[in-house]
Write a protein of this length. Structure first.
Length: 533
């Protein structure tokens, strides 16, 4: 337990700082945009309706969708910029609406008095109306603060580090302690920032400047603690106290990346890379595997995990990341938009050719295992009913419920399997892959659309049904390199030992280490490293 919490605390400075760097500037820029716009809405009726309507419409877009849309609009760029813009948009409405309301509800007698003493409209606004409206405006800023700090946790899938990394990684790895850890710190930050803005509001209502000064000092302290490079050293020292040891934290955290980095070689000395990974266990392991292999040759690497397939591919295509592991069947269906699958080698060749010709992406090679979609049932059910293939489900499809990821039910593979075996009557229930193996084990669903290298298939006593119609396409794991990384011959030599080095049994064992034995993805990846540097 201590080892796991040590790792959580080790990551806290970077993720806490990333959360602050996203949320606080988004709120501040939102204030700079929304307050003048709110004043304009209060003074110019022609502008009021369209402006408030557009701001309200943006607010109705689900936050995770808005983040993905920003990535698409920005040409596949991931990281800080799309997340910041999405958060900025979310901050606008409450501040804008409260600014308009605060100005609009100023007592007309106060405006009349201002004109009576000879104030110009601008002077009246600055000296009378805005001070009177300030408590209402600050109330809007409080609302925006709560929204933005909370929504920032969703920036992880678009490659922007935040406290959401704990939550997404915890869900992915079924590590509830990690989920709780991220939630607690995100909630604590939300409450603290909300109370700081409340102090500014109290200061405005009571006209006591010292309260604002005190709130400003507290805010500066939080920003300083979260953003200063020394914050990491402070957290590591605190973690040493937590463990009762005065030792360097990474060496105690079970992170094999640090150990692999010691085995430096001349190939990539001083180079740095960005590695992408999708949001499930195997991808977390693959990201760490690439990082450890590069570390053997003196390179540093950052793993950007929990990303969606489309976002990740676009990031590779535009060079935002340098490499990641994907699957031939995924590229075939989602990138090439092909429906009918091919034999494994033929698909690999066509995928490789298409990516190089159309996108400048190099398919570096196959890792040696295939992680295909598969339909699985409880082993006891398969034995008692004599189920061996998907075809056995055809006659009773209307009595069965199939669990799978929402992405699977939107993919052409499901359409093809459903049509090939006449499963149209089967009920479907979308859920995260984290929960579906447990769901079929506990009889909440009858069948799941699982993954052939998942360690939970054996651990949960499930049986994979054969696919005689070959409706599922091949899913060979392949290393993809961006056009820039493809030109790096030293990188090629560093990664070459990984090719054809991992079979399905090894991959299932590594996945099981994380999903069931609660080892870190880094530790599981270390078991897959090929011999030698």
């Amino acid at each position: 337990m201590n080892e796991r919490f040590a790792e959580f605390f080790d990551r806290l400075p970077d993720l806490f700082g990333g959360h602050l760097l996203l949320s606080v500037p988004a709120i501040l820029v939102g204030v700079l945009i929304s307050v003048p716009l709110g004043v304009l809405c209060a003074k110019v009726s022609l502008v009021r309706g369209p402006t408030l309507t557009v701001a309200s419409l943006f607010q109705t877009v689900p936050s995770i969708a808005l983040l993905a849309i920003m990535v698409a609009i920005m040409g596949g760029t991931i990281g800080y910029r799309p997340a910041f813009i999405a958060l900025l948009i979310y901050s606008v409405l409450p501040i804008l609406r409260n600014t308009f309301t605060g100005i609009d509800e100023v007592d007309p007698a106060m405006r009349e008095a201002a004109r009576g003493v000879g104030m110009t409209p601008l002077q009246s606004l600055w000296r009378v109306e805005l001070p009177l409206a300030l408590p209402v405006i600050l109330a809007g800023i409080r609302t925006a603060t709560v929204w933005v700090v909370g929504i920032t946790t969703l920036s992880t899938p678009v490659g922007a580090p935040s406290l959401g990394n704990y939550i997404f990684s915890g869900l992915q790895l079924r590590d509830w302690n990690q989920v709780y850890f991220g939630c607690i710190f995100a909630m604590a930050l939300t409450v603290v920032l909300d109370q700081i803005v409340r102090l500014f509001e109290v200061s405005a209502r009571r006209q006591k400047a010292w309260i604002s000064v005190a709130a400003g000092i507290v805010l500066a302290a939080i920003l300083g603690a979260g953003l200063t490079p020394k914050a990491g050293d402070i957290h590591r020292f605190a973690m040493g106290v937590f463990k009762g040891e005065a030792t360097d934290l990474p060496a105690q955290a079970g992170d094999h990346d640090a150990r692999a980095a010691e085995e430096t070689g001349p190939l990539l000395d001083g180079q740095s890379f960005k590695i992408g990974a999708k949001g499930f266990t195997e991808q977390a392991i693959m990201g760490r595997l690439l990082k450890q292999q590069l570390a053997r040759h003196g390179a540093s690497a950052e793993v950007l995990g929990n990303m969606g397939s489309t976002i990740l591919f676009d990031a590779l295509r535009n060079g935002t990341i340098d490499m990641y592991v994907d699957y031939t069947g995924t590229i075939w269906a989602t990138v090439m938009n092909r429906e009918e699958p091919l034999e494994r080698t033929a698909m690999f060749i066509q995928v490789s050719h298409h990516l190089l010709e159309e996108d400048g992406i190099l398919t570096f090679g196959r890792l040696g295992f295939e992680n295909a979609y598969c339909l699985a049932v409880r082993r006891k059910m398969a034995r008692s009913k004599g189920y061996r293939s998907i075809r056995a489900l055809t006659e009773i499809a209307g009595q069965l419920k199939l669990g799978g990821s929402p992405e699977f039910f939107g993919r052409p593979e499901w359409t093809r399997v459903r049509n090939a075996y006449d499963l149209k009557a089967m009920k479907t229930q979308g859920m995260d892959a984290t929960f579906m193996y447990q769901a079929v084990r506990d009889k909440q669903v009858d069948v799941i659309a699982g993954f052939s290298t998942d360690g939970r298939i054996d651990a949960f006593n499930l049986t994979v049904l054969s696919d005689p119609a070959q409706a599922f396409p091949p899913y060979d794991a392949i290393i993809l390199l961006s056009s820039q990384a493809a030109k790096n011959n030293a990188l090629h030599r560093a990664l070459s030992p990984l090719l054809n080095s991992i079979d399905a049994a090894k991959m299932r064992g590594a996945n099981r280490m994380v999903d069931l034995d609660k080892k870190t993805p880094a530790r599981a990846a270390a078991t897959l490293l090929p011999p030698g540097p």
